[in-house]
Design a protein around this ligand. Sequence first.
Ligand code: ARG
Ligand code: ZN
Length: 849
Amino acid sequence: MRDAAPTTIYLKDYTPFGYLVDSVHLTFDLADHATRVTSRIAFRPNPETTDRTFFLHGEELTLVRAVIDGIEVTPSITDKGLTVDVPDAPFIWESVVEIDPGNNTALEGLYMSNGMYCTQCEAEGFRKITYYPDRPDVMSTFTVRINGNLPVLLSNGNPSGKGDGWAEWTDPWPKPAYLFALVAGDLIAHPDRFTTMSGREVELNLWVRPGDEGKCAFGMEALKKSMKWDEDVYGREYDLDVFNIVAVDDFNMGAMENKGLNIFNSSAVLASPETSTDVNFERIEAIIAHEYFHNWTGNRITCRDWFQLCLKEGLTVFRDAQFTSDMRSAPVKRIHDAIDLRARQFPEDNGPLSHPVRPESFQEINNFYTATVYEKGAEVIGMLKRLVGDEAYSKALDLYFDRHDGQACTIEDWIKVFEDTTDRDLSQFKRWYSQSGTPRVSVTEDWTDGTLTLTLSQRSEPTPGQSRKLPHVIPVAVGLLGPNGDEVHATQVLELTEAEQSFQFTGLAAKPVASILRDFSAPVILEHDPSNTERAFLLAHDTDPFNRWQAGRSLAQDTLLRMIRQDATPDADYLDGILAVLRDGDLDPAYRALMLGLPTHSELAAELFDAGDTPDPMAIWTAVETLRQATAQHLQDLLPRLHSETLIDTPFSPNAEQAGKRSLGGAALSLTSRLDGGSKAAEEYAAADNMTLQLTALSCLLRTGKGQDELSAFYDQWQHDRLVMDKWFGLQVSMAAPAATVDTARALTEHTDFNWKNPNRFRAVMGALAMNHAGFHRADGAGYALLADWLIRLDPVNPQTTARMCSAFQIWKRYDADRQDLIRAQLNRILETPNLSRDTTEMVSRILG
Ligand code: ARG
Ligand code: ZN
């Protein structure tokens, strides 16, 4: 049975641990079902506190022996850990425990994936390996000896010895237990080297299972670029003799920054042109950079407690976004990030799961690895940089690394380095860390005698636990365009700090068009209603690439909403504007492809809901299809030119230039297949020599209701490749027509290759189901029921992935009473499941509100 009342942990209750750890020695005797972990840990009383409670976390461990200073002791043990009397002086704790990695399906702690041993300890997995103060503010050096008959035995730090059937690793840098890692298996290295800025040689290895050797080169290049970039831009050098990355097939998240031994979901590192799309390549490059950057922002400076998670995650996401902007196109990256934030973070922040970037309480910390902590956390840093300027930002970061190296820190420490660098009081800015919800900024304009007055006001709706909100500091980047399209006032950052404020632009010859929230300078909802003529003007002329794209997006949204509500026909301003942009051969193809994007069904549903309407998923689907069809017709004459402009006559490269062309070519193909019934797509499928094109062509065919032969040919071709098969599973569900979605998903769950215990495969089908808006929200509730069935089945096997996927239901209150009843019934059914995990219980309870 589940504990009657799950415990809630509060930020305000933080107290330091009563002991410091001077060293940790671990010995692993590996065996599938009975691995022995022997620990020898040097503790001493912590002079900073008088609390002498000696509690070690430990879960699912069988204690064989416990010894203090050489004398066997008998601790009192619960399912959470142990307590025992200890001397009021330095002492040595030794223990032997037995664990069962072979049956660890939760993929937390030490587990097995395809015969290889690996670990995932963040956030609280180390306590499933041995008894330990498993909290990030307890840091120590680790020495690890692994005994096992496997060819490759890895842990953190530098190798310090090896022989037949054993290896020893020593990590000289004190670290919290969540950064511990161990890998053992039959692995092959893709080796390389890197010389650091001070001339130190580092041995690099990407370890994969036999058969995956051909998918390593791209990841290795990304690693070397990341190492160089962090030296050039942040002055941060790598600090060990080796850096290892391991790819594993069974992994709950993307990847993990364990010190010197990063462990990656194979989908986040393995790549080849034949098996990976351009989107995969870009994501892999970013994740490799992200995990590498954690070596400084996360490992050398870590978090005092898990409430401070955004200290390392927000900053590291911000850094990986800077890296991607430098490696690829900055405007394209900024647009991608805005699309992503609106698609994933806004619904979270405006629904029952809303929480601050720094949460104040949790039951299961794994439920807080969210878009809010990561992506909004990164946006907050972007705003800070915009407010203090680039130079002050660099100085503050230097100070941060100087002052806090080797420490476990808080958001207060972070803000303080900016205050000390700039002499600026950032107490109001800090509200971004404590107030949840997406602020709305509305704008009114007044034009009198050569002066434009912009009045900006901000408000935030109540969110769970926060009924009243105080004003934020919001950097609003604004530029002005004259009637002929020239910029008459360059981008200026207005600082909105009050509920309402006016800003004047004087001495203007003619009434300008204002371009507001340039570069998406703050993660807010902008309520500014320029006329469609003004939007079309911005779409044609804005000198800020983000807002130029945004103008097209707003036109699209406006026409879609009118089509949904009033049965309007597609708007000519939108169609003509898009045609003009797509014709402009001087514009980056990737950027032009983005111009063809439309708001997601779910975003449209949110807009309708905000305006007091009840979204009808089928009406949304119909409007989007109609607009797509109208766009295809409007662009008909241009499509052949877009096709020839995007032909690539050089060998395949996943670089931004080629990827941009393929992306525009793919968008054009998708429109073409609405006009020719898919014949061009069938040709392209047959000729495809890379996964981007193969998958794009197949999607076009499936959307046209064709492609069954190609689908089975694809299966035959790629059956042996788990990552490509994930695409095969997902694509069928995403491309299914609304009425067929649930049946397609259900049929796939009965396929022999539906290995549902593998998180990637489970997500491929169930994630795609939840994302197919009209299909998932089928009026009879069959979509909700299918997802709930599978969540109930997965929960005892893998609570973390189950809990994460419950968020598909977070938008339930947007819909009509019938759908709400159907979803509520499924949520209650999940909640009433006997022995439901703490993870899922917390998520479902919060969603139900
Ligand atoms: N720190 C990892 C990252 O780079 C995420 C790991 C989280 N894993 C988990 N099970 N909560 O973002
Ligand atoms: Zn991270």
